[in-house]
Design a protein. Sequence first.
Length: 610
Amino acid sequence: MYGWNGKILRVNLSENKVVVQNYDLDFALKFVGGRGFAAKILWDELKPGIDPFSAENKLVIAAGPLTGLPGPSLGKLVIAAKSPLTGGYGDGNIGSFAAVYLRKAGYDAVVVEGKAKEPVYLYVENENASLLSAEGLWGLTTFQTEAKLKEIHGRNSGILSIGPAGEKLVRYATVVSQEGRAGGRPGMGAVMGSKNLKAVVFKGSLDIPLAEPEEYHSLVSRCYETIRSRDGYDFWVRQGTMMTIEWCQENSVLPTRNFREGMFDFYRLIDGYAMEAAKTKRRGCPNCNMSCGNVVLDSEAKESELDYENVAMLGSNIGLGHLGKVSILNRMADEFGLDTISLGNVLGFAMEATEKGLIRDGIEWGDFRRAKDLVEDIAYRRGLGNLLAEGVMRISQKIGGGSEKWAMHVKGLEVSAYDCHTVPGMALAFATSSIGAHHKEAWVISWEIRTDRAGYTRAKVEKVIEFQRIRGGMFECLVACRLPWIELGFELDWYPKLLKAATGQTLTLEKMFNEVADRIYALIRAFWIREYGNSWSKTIDYPPPRWFEEPLTKGPYKGAKLDQVKFEELLRLYYEMRGWDSRGVPTRATFNRLGLSDVAEELEKYVSLT
Ligand code: PTT
Ligand code: SF4
């Protein structure tokens, strides 16, 4: 095979054993890599109903056939497992030298199972792998862990690690790399913690075999030039995703005070221009020529890498209009290994619960000092932090008082930073995302606002599915950063060309979208439904009640909210277009079309198929 290494490293922590598994071209073409490999492995190998924190859960770290090669933004990997936050399929995407060196060490993926007796880390170097003691690392932050591992293994290593939050099984603990790349929102860091796996270190210098090396390298130079020449390039490298704060404010979709409103009075104090004034440098993922990691000095004069989601969720959503302080909370989240989106949701939820008298000794809106203490308490599961470490769905179940209406999650995963009172298409995207309320699969909001904001139309359903195929399907399988495409219009047809030159295989966009992506969506859907069995229903795909029941109280969209009946019609159409039945379960014909008749057969043991 070219492009793919054809090897998966299998690590059993309980038995302290590492073996190599080969896979063939058939498997590669059917699932491509990244999320595709992860979904297939987790579906095949996890028994339904297992505790995500048990040794039976498996953690998959998977790259794609282009990962690690020179080329625009190809330094990413997917990390996946059964989620302790949602109980369903969970994954995240991290840009890191770990992705590059995983592939240069000779592998395409690592599957970790079991549980180590004592804390360990996995060390992989050029087709050799071993489990080493993490005795001196356990308890350290992600920054300290990475620094120590670099001292031991050298600077040319790629490292993924967890902080105290992962060790303490905070349900939204994430995995961090390079002091500012983080991934695995649905608790992938906690899964590592539950396995006593503190870190994974990759080193590699092997060549990734290319089918047409000259053609590949010539394409790559043209790709970089194309990106560099795009109109928005200069502004992108100035602000990156931080430009979105101003855009969201202008369009009344900036999450404010636990998604009550879409506008924040102090947005100027945390927007892209405020960030530029504090910016000290730029960082990014490997092989990227549009690096978007904006590093600022926070109010404690320490470095913090900012992205839109982090600042919106730890700023406007908790009523905090001070970039230096937001940056402290953001840096602490990276150090402790906490997902910023869920953290901002949890803090906003706790503030509202305090206001409504449902939490005693809680936290007032915008109270930075208390927020800072709570972030630490969450990471170490101390006092109120122990409850807040559970995520908004579980906290709301515990405190009651009608709080389920403003617990902002879908399927247990907290909503990313877009208020949906006025954007039904984006609400549908959150509702049908394959890991819970994440924007990454179908960020239709910009298109929706430009075209027909208020409409509940077929076009919106088509757009959600189109984006899910491109973003949740193609980009998550390749594994490539989607930002060159979505932000600078880098054309999608570069990818089949790169794939052809790298692998020698023809994978057209049509095949990618209608076969590979749809197959993966059906497979992940099957994973969720198998977990729920007969209790599965379409209500599991509903966005939070707040957006239907409590209108916005200010701004140009004052009085606006979602319409439940019309939303249900969108969902019905969505199921129909996907070939799923009225409960949202893929039909037997759909599974068969996607080459998943074995999946249908297995799923039928848990729920009837139509
Ligand atoms: C992603 C989610 C996002 S999406 C952000 S900011 W964004 C938050 N970042 C966090 C962070 O930082 N620290 C932290 N402790 N928690 C964080 N949680 C949040 O996680 C990130 C970029 C960004 S910045 C985005 S949009 C794009 N995401 C991509 C994706 O999902 N797939 C893909 N093929 N390409 C992507 N490119 C962009 O990557 P999750 P990163 Mg991330 C500090 O992990 O779980 O997927 O959630 O990966 O390397 O940091 O790059 O405005
Ligand atoms: Fe990483 Fe940003 Fe480059 Fe994407 S655009 S690869 S997130 S640095």
